[in-house]
Ligand binder design. Structure first.
Ligand code: DAH
Length: 342
């Protein structure tokens, strides 16, 4: 029996050495390791051996089997599998779907808004995210001591200017673009600015520390709240693709007088009352008002000759209402199952 195994070993090794392609490997594998192969026959014969011999022969046979297996794995790695064999293409395999990318939902929403305002003759502007205290607060009628600075939890930059003051902030709103735009373009002016803003907020389903806003500004010789109402109605109706109503009530923002909170008829229930609008039929959408004379002056515009309106709101909020998204954190989660829905 021992001799037989010796011979078998010689035979296998010489066959393995002569292998030239993957088909040879399959043949050798079947012949020696297969269910009805040579080694299986040896294991069967073991049973009839005397006890003394059995153990040693079994060990030898196992060793040989392991050796052949290792060698075959090695050869398979070398020659590749049958599927990959030169030019062999299995045309019955299903194809691999190539996923196309697309714009992030917030980018899509920004583009929608930009289109709506371009159609009304507004310029699209950008402003710096790292902003001076002056444009973010001071020029907007929010002096250093003004309590309204508490309304926005500001990220201040840890760097002093020449006068030894900390005067850089991450902008807390896109309103920083207002006075910059007035300085650059003067009056009359129609512009919107969309972009990223920063606030030191505790994060939850409706608050982020970094989010997007849209700011609107229109200045001319006879601007009234009626113009503001008309433009906002156009924006909401265009964005939600349905006729909506708006209503206004007094609100306070230092850079406008009068200041307003603007509400829109609920786009989910069309004003009938649902969980989104808390059964009121209205949802709070944005802050707005007529530009404060001090702000016009800061922008070099004569408040006795020109008036203007301004408004500002969060873009995530607009998007969440449009698509029924209930958690603001989804936008930056990188969750493909969320993003692929847009
Ligand atoms: N800047 C305000 C905020 O971030 C929003 C705002 C309110 C903008 C009134 C305006 C405005 O232009 O007139 O909360």
């Amino acid at each position: 029996m021992k001799n037989k195994l010796q011979n078998l070993k010689q035979e296998v090794l010489s066959q393995l050495a002569g292998i030239a392609d993957i088909f040879d490997i399959e043949k050798v594998e079947k012949k020696y390791l297969g269910k009805k192969g040579e080694l299986a026959a040896v294991f069967k014969e073991l049973k009839s051996l005397p006890e003394k011999e059995k153990k040693a022969v079994a060990q030898q046979a196992q060793q040989l089997r392991d050796e052949v297996m290792d060698k075959i794995v090695e050869l398979k790695n070398k020659f590749g599998s049958i599927d990959e064999k030169d030019g062999f293409i299995d045309v019955t395999l299903p194809g691999v779907k190539i996923e196309g990318g697309h714009l992030h939902p917030l980018t899509q929403v920004q583009r929608d808004l930009e289109r709506i305002f371009l159609s009304m003759g507004f310029k699209i502007l950008e402003g710096p995210e790292l902003e001076s205290d002056y444009y973010n607060f001071e020029a907007l009628n929010i002096p250093k001591t003004h309590p309204a600075r508490d309304m926005q939890d500001t990220f201040f930059i840890d760097q002093k200017n020449k006068a030894g003051e900390y005067d850089l902030v991450m902008r807390t709103h896109t309103s920083n673009v207002q006075v910059r735009a007035m300085e650059k373009y003067g009056a009359p002016l129609r512009a919107v600015a969309l972009g990223k803003i920063y606030r030191n907020e505790n994060i939850d389903a409706s608050h982020e520390h970094t989010f997007y806003q849209i700011e609107g500004l229109m200045i001319d010789e006879r601007i009234s709240l009626a113009n503001l109402a008309g433009v906002l109605k156009e924006m909401f109706s265009g964005f939600y693709q349905k006729e909506v109503n708006i209503r206004m009530r007094p609100g306070y923002f230092p850079f406008v007088e009068p200041g307003l909170e603007v509400e829109m008829s609920c786009v989910f229930c069309n004003g009938r009352g649902c969980s989104v609008c808390k059964k009121t039929g209205w949802v709070e959408m944005l802050g707005a008002g007529l530009v404060h004379p001090n702000v016009l002056r800061a922008g070099g515009i004569d408040p006795d000759k020109f008036q203007g309106f301004a408004f500002g709101t969060g873009i995530e909020r607009l998007a969440m209402l449009k698509y029924g998204i209930d958690d603001i954190r989804l936008f930056n989660s990188g969750d493909m199952s969320f993003l692929n829905q847009f």
